[in-house]
Design a protein around this ligand. Structure first.
Ligand code: F58
Length: 832
């Protein structure tokens, strides 16, 4: 059913003439005013900042939707192969500034609003973050869809339309409090509801065995309940504004016709109860990062969005290809962002075998050419396993299919390694523990044609430690694609001063060709450029200092080193190593007021999973130590400790441009990649970090003299653990370490709550210090001294900062996406 080529050509030439993304200031002003009047029903005199935000967004959205229509038509006409990025999380942040930048309209809008007496930054501040993700994994998905649109690749993001995103964090008396995040309370100007594309999702029930139309045995799932998935589309504007792709997020709703019987029978209340249950599915994002909750609702969320998305894909495919399944995997590639959507694999098999009545081998040949899987973690507690009993109850047919996949896989293993039952037990999708479990990682590897890790070291460990037998069995399946970040949001939009300076120096192509930043290298020793570069940093520090003052009431010295650690709070990320070192500096200053150090502001941003007690204690400890240090006159403002509450994308955009130092100090082997490390270095922060995740590749790019590497390597960590790590040795042999840990045990930092920080000490002694904080402390302390010394040499530091920006070309998400395209997705660009 492909359209004839001539139609395509006609269509393309028509659309080029009929529409332009360019608006001048006058037209933009008129559009904003018109939306103020007719979309918002207010006027220039009455409008508050929120109304201006809505009207400005509406003016931009008008352009966005035009481009969206043209994009969709073009993709349809060309019947393009597309990537479908399945992710339970998309951490989008704010969209207005980004969309204006990508349309090249930021300056126009700024000037237009100014003439209307409105400050654009006040308008931008009105937009709530779309915080539909926990951290790195969700933000990566957002960067990737930005790159896909920018590179004019046919792509669609599929996820969940959570009513509540990641909780809002408040700090009360030093402790984290979680509050709901209701990001859509006043409406969202970007999303479009598409009720016409609603899907139904079956759940629960039982499986019937019967004869199919071809006389073969067929299975039919009789669900016990059905929920509706209503899609909301968020346009994703590529830089340059040509391609506008879509992020399609599913909202759950009760399926009224299914409950009709209950309703008619007078079960009004029961029918309403069903409503509430169905709508619960997309109510809230699970706030756990790096731990698996194993909750029934979470499995339902995963199946809900995977099933809706697959049906959506199949509907679109059938529109072009009818019942001919032979071309499905040519047209459709599905990227599984971690194992969260892995249930899509048995779901596609169910559709092909039970509904389309294909034989198993044909169905498997299609399915296993459709999926690819990205692994984001090696932490055992983050690897998803579902109790067999839970699957049996919620998705009885899928459990059968998983058993069938596993059965055939076991036969394959028997051929390759006859009689090797140890191997079979290891690779089986079913874990035969006390409670039988389904291993979603194994299912994903078996059901995908490619599996990738997210940084070189991580992918190596995936091959060598996590899935070594799979690597033997399928020698070319496991691969690496190092993560990246979009330079449009993470430099151009968030750091306008630095962007302008760079553009002045090397032209304006760097946002789409980031390796051009390397042209800055020749100016690294140029005094004028050093001054300009550091002046920008200084201005950004002043802006952040203002923000810090407004949020916390604390004044910080902008001549101090701005040292930033921003990421989810987790023991493996070792915010407590940073904290111990801050306490060490404080102690050294108390002991010797002339202790030589450049003044330093340590800035943290981090949310802890609500049930992760020790992570919350670390937040509490940071705040309590901060209280003490910030108010201790004896140390003469040499150290300030700032914890900025409610760390989120929009706050990151303010912190990153102002950072001198980037803390990337995870235990080697634990941080799969990290992406904050890339954003900070891109903005001229110098990294102090371990040889972990993408830090290793950052070090390769910037060179050993422009990064402060410390700590045990992956191999050393393994050796220590093998030999039996003894944190007490460090405690007794290093008097500073002992004094610091003992300090935590006193009521010095928590006079009103003695012992409140003891559990932190215990975790590093009796608790076995699982992340080797004590083993790395001395090396970290030395690296910090070297950093301090380097900062005091202004020219040297400026050079380091410039080279960090200059050498970040590799870490654009455009490069990551291009690698996926070349090696996994095999997509062609489609010019709109
Ligand atoms: C992160 N994972 C990795 N998981 O920790 C980080 O190193 C990497 O750079 C990033 O992915 C992108 O590849 C991560 O953010 C989660 O947040 C999951 C949320 C759902 C539960 C399990 C963890």
């Amino acid at each position: 059913l492909r359209k004839p080529a001539t139609t395509k050509a006609n269509h393309a030439s028509q659309s080029e003439n009929s529409y332009s993304t360019k608006l001048d200031k006058k037209a933009f002003k008129a559009s904003v005013i018109s939306h103020l009047h007719s979309t918002l029903g207010t006027d220039e005199n009455k409008a508050d900042n929120h109304a201006w935000f809505k009207a400005t967004s509406a003016a931009i959205q008008e352009l966005v939707l035009n481009r969206l229509r043209t994009t969709q038509k073009t993709h349809y006409m060309n019947d393009t192969r597309a990537v479908h990025y399945f992710s339970a999380e998309f951490l989008m942040g704010r969209l207005l500034s980004n969309n204006m930048h990508n349309f090249g309209l930021f300056e126009t809008a700024d000037a237009a609003l100014k003439e209307l007496g409105v400050d654009i930054s006040d308008v931008l501040e009105e937009e709530p973050d779309m915080a539909l993700g926990n951290g790195g994994l969700g933000r990566l998905a957002a960067c990737f869809i930005d790159s896909l649109a920018t590179m004019e690749l046919p792509a669609i993001g599929y996820g969940i339309h959570y009513e509540n995103g990641l909780f809002r964090q408040e700090i009360k008396k030093g402790a984290q409090i979680e509050r709901p995040d209701s990001w859509r309370d006043y409406g969202n100007p970007w999303e479009i509801c598409r009720p016409e594309s609603t899907q139904e999702v079956p759940l629960y029930g039982y499986v019937e065995t019967k004869y199919g139309s071809n006389g073969n045995i067929q299975k039919e799932w009789h669900p016990g309940s059905i929920v509706k998935g209503v899609p909301w589309d968020i346009p994703v504007v590529g830089y340059g504004g040509n391609t506008v792709n879509v992020l399609r997020l599913w909202q759950s709703q009760s399926s009224s016709h299914f409950n009709w019987d209950v309703f008619n029978a007078g079960g009004y209340v029961d029918a309403q109860r069903e409503n509430i249950q169905a709508e619960t599915i997309s109510k809230v994002l699970y706030p756990n990062d790096e731990t698996e909750a194993g909750k029934e609702l979470r499995l339902i969320q995963q199946y809900f969005f995977s099933a809706c998305s697959l049906k959506d894909i199949i509907r679109r495919y059938k529109r072009a290809h009818g019942d001919d399944w032979t071309r499905f995997s040519e047209q459709v590639v599905i990227q599984l962002n971690d194992t969260h959507p892995a249930i899509a694999i048995p779901e596609l098999m169910r559709i092909l075998v039970d509904r389309a009545e294909l034989d198993w081998d044909t169905a498997w040949a299609i399915s296993s050419k459709t999926f690819a899987y990205t692994n984001h973690t090696l932490l055992p507690e983050a690897l998803e396993r579902w109790p067999v009993r839970m699957l049996e109850k919620i998705l009885p047919r899928h459990l059968e299919i998983i058993y069938e996949i596993n059965h055939r896989f076991m036969q394959e293993l028997e051929k390759k390694w006859p009689g090797d039952n140890v191997m079979k037990a290891k690779l089986s999708i079913i874990e035969e523990s006390d409670e039988k479990m389904v291993r979603m990682g194994n299912l994903s590897v078996i059901g995908s044609f490619k599996v990738n890790g997210v940084a070189q070291i991580h992918s190596k460990l995936v091959k060598e430690n996590l899935f070594p037998e799979f690597d033997q069995l399928y020698p070319n399946k496991l691969t690496n694609v190092t993560n990246g970040v979009t330079p449009r949001r993470w430099l151009k939009a968030c750091n306008p001063l630095l962007s302008a300076l760079i553009t002045k120096k090397i032209g304006d192509q760097w946002p789409v060709n980031l390796t051009q930043l390397d042209k800055l290298s020749v100016f690294a020793d140029d005094k004028t450029f050093q001054n300009q570069f550091m002046k920008v940093k200084q201005k950004n520090k002043e802006a952040l200092a203002k923000e810090i003052k407004a949020i916390t009431g604390i004044a910080v010295d902008t001549k101090a080193i701005f040292d930033v650690q921003i990421k989810r709070l987790h023991e493996y990320k070792r915010q407590h190593l940073n904290l111990l070192h801050i306490m060490a500096l404080y102690k050294r200053l108390l002991k010797d007021p002339s202790y030589d150090m450049h003044s330093r502001v340590f800035i943290f941003g981090a949310k802890a999973a609500p049930g992760y007690t020790l992570a919350k204690t670390i937040i509490y400890a940071i705040n309590k130590v901060a209280d003490k240090i910030n108010n201790d006159k004896r140390i003469n403002n040499k150290i300030k400790v700032i914890f900025l509450p409610n760390y989120r994308v929009s706050l990151a955009e303010k912190m990153i441009p102002a950072a001198d130092v980037s803390q990337q100090i995870s235990t080697a082997g634990k941080e799969a990649s990290g992406t904050g490390n890339m954003k900070l270095a891109l903005n001229g922060a110098v990294t102090i970090g371990t040889l972990d995740g993408a830090n290793i590749e950052i070090a390769e790019e910037v060179g050993a003299e422009n990064i402060f590497i410390f700590g045990k390597t992956v191999d050393e960590v393994a050796a220590i653990n093998k030999a039996g790590y003894k944190p007490y040795d460090y405690y007794y042999n290093n008097s500073e370490i002992k004094a610091l840990l003992d300090w935590l045990d006193t009521d010095y930092f928590t006079p009103e709550q003695p012992g409140a920080l003891s559990s932190l000490k215990r975790s590093m002694l009796e608790g076995g210090d699982p992340y080797l904080v004590l083993a790395d402390f001395e090396s970290y302390s030395k690296a910090n001294e070297a950093l301090d010394k380097a900062y005091k040499d202004k020219d040297r530091w400026a050079k380091m900062a410039i080279l960090n920006t200059a050498k970040m070309g590799k870490f654009t998400s455009d490069r990551s996406v291009q690698e996926y395209v070349d090696r996994i997705w095999k997509l062609d660009t489609c010019k709109v």
